[in-house]
Design a protein around this ligand. Structure first.
Ligand code: NAI
Ligand code: MG
Length: 398
């Protein structure tokens, strides 16, 4: 088979250094690919009035696999102010290009693995019996529905008459909100469809089966949000019974789950949730394994075979101007490993993960976050590894 082509989208701020270093690691590990650069982010909003140019969409549609760094988003008025003068009269409205990508390609499946690296000084620890200190080994993968639910964008302030009238037909709306003037009402909807609920559930179960996880937990709030959360859990029961009887199905509420997170995180395998609760629970788990410097993700549309791999962190704009990049590239490197899994370059993925694990466990090379420093430009002078030094250390292990 010929070389793969990967669309590389550095985006803004620290997106560029972490992606550059990740590509160096991929090369060193023997992954042969051509990288074509995809324009995305603030620069293209300011210059062209579009942070996600059509040419980038075309590149992804053609090559199907993309690595993405991070983008900067700013509030509406700031976005307008930074537009090139000749674009200001065009009535352009800024919207996040990563949300745009998700919607355009229907990247409905988001996977966020959170696995403890031995020796990571950022690992969660807790008190055990007799005042002992325990460091639970977390190995959870969160499957988050990525396109529907509370982030689906179906919302109004002062809703149009038809919407208001429809809401008034619901007895609870009428009772609790019927006296409030329409102008004082804001509504954000939480829509789940069977098709996409089934897809995220199946993706979660299949992942559990493929990688040997013993349980799948639906993390929602089905005792209160009966229609949407309730539907997800009921469908999970059916799917488990019919196709995955060997995997245990658990059911937790998002609020309780966040509490249990620090009590017994090691018992969870695959967790599946709607858009917002998936967002919350995945950040919660990421915090246990080192936070933003370690949190990776994949966003996929299995039907179209399109997948975008990215760290969870943003563009950290204040760090972008430092003469030497100080941020941890591991989240981006881990995201690239998820890409390798996806295209079944499992040996190379395993090799990179082993190299990262060795560097972390050895503890000689640590970025500022791992040294618990605050992220200033002088951290490298004070013993922290730069982005590049961390990548070099990983490459040396390869
Ligand atoms: P952020 O993730 O960019 O940074 C928050 C803080 O986390 C940083 O100040 C830094 O202390 C730490 N951090 C982030 N990445 C790190 C790394 N690789 N290694 C070590 N430490 C790291 O989030 P923030 O400050 O809320 O947002 C900054 C910009 O990024 C905003 O414009 C926001 O809209 C955008 N953003 C973009 C995302 C994306 O591209 N997917 C996701 C989140 C935010
Ligand atoms: Mg989040």
């Amino acid at each position: 088979m010929g070389k793969r082509t990967i669309v590389a989208m550095p985006g803004d701020g620290i997106g560029k250094p972490v992606l550059d270093e990740t590509i160096r690691v991929l090369d060193a590990a023997g992954f042969e690919a051509n990288y074509v650069e995809g324009d995305i982010g603030w620069e293209f909003w300011c210059k062209e009035g579009n942070p996600l140019p059509q040419r980038t969409i075309d590149l992804i549609a053609e090559h199907k696999i993309a690595l993405f760094g991070a983008i900067t988003s700013k509030p509406k008025d700031e976005a307008f102010n930074e537009l090139a003068p000749e674009l200001k009269e065009k009535g352009l409205v800024y919207s996040s290009p990563i949300v745009g990508l998700r919607q355009h390609f229907g990247l409905d499946i988001c996977a966020r693995p959170c696995k403890t690296y031995k020796g990571n000084p950022l690992n969660f620890i807790r008190r055990g019996p007799n005042n002992t200190i325990e460091e639970p080994e977390v190995d959870a993968v969160i499957f988050r529905q990525n396109t529907e639910g509370l982030y689906g964008g179906v919302e109004w302030s002062n809703p149009p008459d038809q919407v208001y009238d429809a809401l008034m037909t619901h007895p609870k709306f009428k009772k609790n909100f019927g006296e409030t003037p329409k102008e004082e009402i804001s509504v954000s909807t939480r829509i789940f469809t069977k098709k996409y609920t089934e897809r995220i559930l199946r993706a979660a179960f299949e992942h559990a089966k493929k990688y040997g996880y013993k349980n799948v937990t639906v993390c929602e709030k089905q005792n209160v949000i009966r229609e949407t959360s309730g539907m997800m859990y009921k469908m999970a029961q059916q799917i488990q019974k019919a196709d995955f009887p060997e995997i245990e199905l658990w059911n937790t509420n998002i609020d309780a789950q966040m509490m249990w997170l620090t009590k017994n995180p090691e018992i969870y395998g695959v967790i599946v949730a709607g858009n917002m609760f998936g967002d919350i629970v995945s950040d919660g788990f990421a915090g246990l394994i080192g936070g933003l410097g370690f949190a990776c993700s994949a966003q996929m549309n299995p039907e179209k075979g399109i997948a975008v791999f990215e760290p969870t962190h943003g563009s950290a704009p204040k760090y972008a101007d430092y003469p030497v990049s100080i941020v941890n590239p591991i989240a981006m490197i881990e995201s690239a490993c998820m890409m390798l899994d996806y295209i079944e370059e499992n040996e190379i993925a395993a090799k990179i993960r082993k190299a990262v694990a060795e560097v972390v466990e050895e503890g000689k090379v640590r970025t500022y976050d791992m040294m618990k420093m605050s992220g200033r430009a002088d951290v490298v002078d004070n013993g922290a590894a730069s982005t590049k030094t961390m990548a070099d250390a990983i490459i040396a292990k390869l």
